[in-house]
Design a protein around this ligand. Structure first.
Ligand code: ADP
Ligand code: MG
Length: 259
């Protein structure tokens, strides 16, 4: 089976710094692929390159059989790649619903004359998006549904993370890139969140996920395969047991006990 995403020889240089170094990586349709590695190993840079924020210095990226290098972030989003950010990027004064809809801007018809002339279509669209947002919130935390029109600033950290995930999912992407969704949460909350994502993914069909995560327990529970980066290069690849047994991985996580 062809992978949904395939990168070959991918490199990203920032001046003299090589953030990604000749990386080959595949994500297979429907899998949750873990992406781990020490700080500065190029994980977020990979997401930035995949989403068109940076143009790679070398290499190829094929998504659903087509080259996506050179596409703008909007075009790549429209093709079906959505992401969350390592640092929370929510508008705290806006409602949960409005924050989610920001993730759908490429599908919305927002121009003034369209909305003036097609008010019925506009309200039909609005209801459809509202129902979709409610459905996603229901899957992650039902109590968020009745808080859908409250400001995001009123929510706890874990609920804010859930809103960010809903925002990435609202456009029904084929590939979801999660950049440390657990940042700022306790271990228990992280596990809970990943279990929720895994469960909602099960009911939602064949979403493919690449998950950047430091907590190896979360990687063990949630991913089917895992790629380890170090200095922008692939150190090791395989299932959890294979990866944690690798001496190079142990060394890269110097001092960190991996079980
Ligand atoms: P990770 O997410 O694995 O912690 P990053 O991808 O954020 O690592 O960073 C990889 C390396 O690339 C780091 O050394 C970082 O400082 C550098 N880097 C990332 N983005 C830029 C940029 N826009 N300009 C210069 N250097 C960058
Ligand atoms: Mg990062």
């Amino acid at each position: 089976m062809n992978p949904l995403l395939a990168c070959t020889g991918l490199s990203m240089r920032f001046g003299g710094l090589i953030a990604l170094d000749n990386l080959d990586l595949e994500a297979r349709e429907g899998e949750i692929l873990g992406l781990v590695g020490p700080n500065g190993s190029g994980k977020t840079t990979l997401f930035n390159v995949l989403t068109g924020i940076y143009r790679p210095s070398a290499g190829t990226i094929t998504f659903a059989g087509e080259n996506i290098i050179g596409g703008t972030p909007q075009e790549i989003h429209r093709r079906g790649i959505a992401r969350t950010f390592q640092r929370s990027r929510l508008c705290l004064d806006l409602s949960v619903f409005d924050n989610i809809m920001i993730g759908n801007h490429t599908a919305l018809r927002l121009d003034f004359f369209y909305n003036l002339l097609h008010r019925r279509a506009f309200s039909r669209d609005y209801e459809m998006w509202r129902d979709r947002a409610a459905e996603m919130l229901q899957a992650l935390n039902p109590s968020l549904v009745c808080r859908m029109f409250r400001p995001v600033g009123d929510l706890s950290m874990i609920d804010r993370r859930r809103v960010e995930i809903c925002r990435a999912l609202v456009s029904r992407p084929r590939l979801l890139l999660l950049d440390e969704p657990s940042a700022g949460m306790t271990h228990d909350e992280t596990r809970q969140l990943m279990d929720e994502i895994t469960a909602s993914r099960m009911s939602g069909g064949s979403l493919t996920v690449i998950l950047i995560e430091h907590e190896m327990e979360v990687i063990r529970r949630s991913t089917s395969r895992c790629v380890v980066l170090n200095f922008g290069r692939k150190l090791c690849e395989g299932d959890y047991a294979h990866v944690v047994a690798d001496p190079q991985v142990q060394e890269a996580y110097l001092g960190k006990e991996l079980e």
